[in-house]
Design a protein around this ligand. Structure first.
Ligand code: PMP
Length: 407
């Protein structure tokens, strides 16, 4: 499809057509969590009404139905990211659990003197798990600087690719800056030096369809709830040979082949990493979300989103004292900003009074806030269901707030 019919699309998201504080809701907090189309709500309800049981237990019909729905969703994810096999698709609770699973799993490869490269623009979910594994193994976490525009400093990156570097853990898209990192290039350069590559795709998948075989990364993590699916479900893609090598993160049911008090052996992939009863309905919901989004057409979606970003960028100029944090050449529609004399949290509260939802604060990226010498930012993050009219409404409200405080 070439263009999106946004008005029709908005009907698929019932939550958007309500008033908040007496005003029509303008939801611009998609980076924190996106809304869910009816297709997702229906898929989950149908699952609970008709199929629910535990999975992989056999013995009865509902168990078979639940397993088919659950494994069907895994195949949907595999196809979505073009992974070679469903053995490489591990269900997790979200990006955070996925990255913790990898960090823990790579611990046996790490020792004193080894370096884990992360960027300055990482979410805490892609910093803290590495600090924890570094503490255990004696490895060091090395930050890759960003430029004042909020792009990765490629010179620093290349200078850090020494023999000590063992892991590159980097975000595909920044949740604060909207920067799209040149990950294909980063992965190729890191792989040439023998690093294991771990990509945080949490903010990328709502905008792009990542291709695991083309990117050739070792790991790629994302969350369902930012991809218009439910909370409590996420994905860890892992290269099969590395998943085979890695120890599991959690122990329990499902993840074993045989348990004895003498020795326990692990289940095959991907189940080795899926201890306990999984989030079955959530997986089904995520599968439905992917089908929905892919049905819209990514090209049309990207065109619509870039139009929102472009209009927002034009309007930034019109608000006295307003400036953007993150002006990369290649961005998704995420606007982190400050307005002179105004605290981000006041901006958020005043916008909410006008029905406009944004996020304020450090966005789980404190090192990046330190780099830009701000306590936090106000962040408006757009999705394909946002309209140009909503961009205008945001800026009309910002003008009003700015005038109020200037007086
Ligand atoms: N990485 C990035 C870039 C994110 O934006 C987020 C969510 N804000 C996460 C990781 C963590 O995702 P989750 O909380 O769903 O595990």
């Amino acid at each position: 499809k070439q263009t999106l019919d946004v008005n029709a699309i908005r009907k698929d998201f019932p939550i958007l057509s309500q008033t908040v504080n007496g005003k029509p809701l303008v939801y611009l907090d998609n980076g924190a969590s996106a809304q869910k189309p009816v297709a997702v709500l229906d898929a989950m309800e149908r699952y609970f009404r008709e199929c629910h049981s535990n999975v992989h237990r056999g013995a009865h019909t509902l168990g078979d139905r639940a397993t088919a729905a659950f494994e069907g969703a895994r195949e949907t994810v595999r196809n979505f990211i073009n992974a070679r096999s469903t053995r490489e698709i591990v269900w997790t609770r979200g990006t955070t659990e996925a990255i913790n699973t990898v960090a823990n799993g790579l611990a046996p490869r790490l020792g004193p003197g080894d370096e884990i490269l992360v960027s300055m623009m990482e979410h805490h979910a892609n910093i803290v798990p590495w600090q924890m594994v570094a503490e255990r193994t004696g490895a060091t976490v090395k930050p890759i600087q960003v430029t004042p525009q909020g792009e990765l400093d490629m010179e620093v990156f290349e200078s850090l690719l020494t023999d000590k570097a063992k892991v590159l853990a980097i975000t595909h898209v920044s949740n604060v800056l909207g920067t799209v990192n040149p990950i294909k290039d980063l992965i190729a350069k890191a792989k040439a030096k023998g690093l294991v590559t771990v990509i945080d795709g949490a903010q990328a998948v709502p905008h792009y369809r990542p291709d695991m075989q083309a990117l050739d990364c070792d790991f790629y993590a994302f969350s369902g709830h930012k991809l218009f699916g439910p909370t409590g479900i996420g994905v860890l893609y892992g290269r099969e040979s590395l998943l085979e090598e890695m120890p599991p993160f959690m122990g329990g049911g499902e993840m074993i082949e045989r348990v004895t008090f003498e020795k326990t052996t692990w289940n095959t992939l991907p189940y080795k990493f899926e201890a306990g009863t999984p989030p079955i309905a959530e997986a089904v919901g995520l599968g439905a979300a992917i089908d929905y989004v892919e049905g819209l057409g990514r090209t049309a979606m990207e065109t619509a989103e870039q139009a929102l970003l472009q209009r927002a960028n034009e309007l930034v100029e019109t608000v006295p004292g307003m400036s953007l944090i993150g002006t990369a050449a290649h961005k998704v529609p995420v606007l982190s900003f400050k307005i002179d004399g105004l605290h981000p949290s006041d901006i958020g509260t005043l916008l909410d009074q006008q029905g406009i939802a944004i996020r304020t604060g450090h966005h789980c990226a404190m090192p990046l806030m330190d780099f830009f010498s701000v306590p936090g930012t106000a962040r408006a993050s757009f999705a394909f269901y946002n309209t140009l009219d909503e961009v205008e409404q945001l800026f009309a409200a910002l003008h009003k707030i700015q005038r109020l405080f200037a007086e």
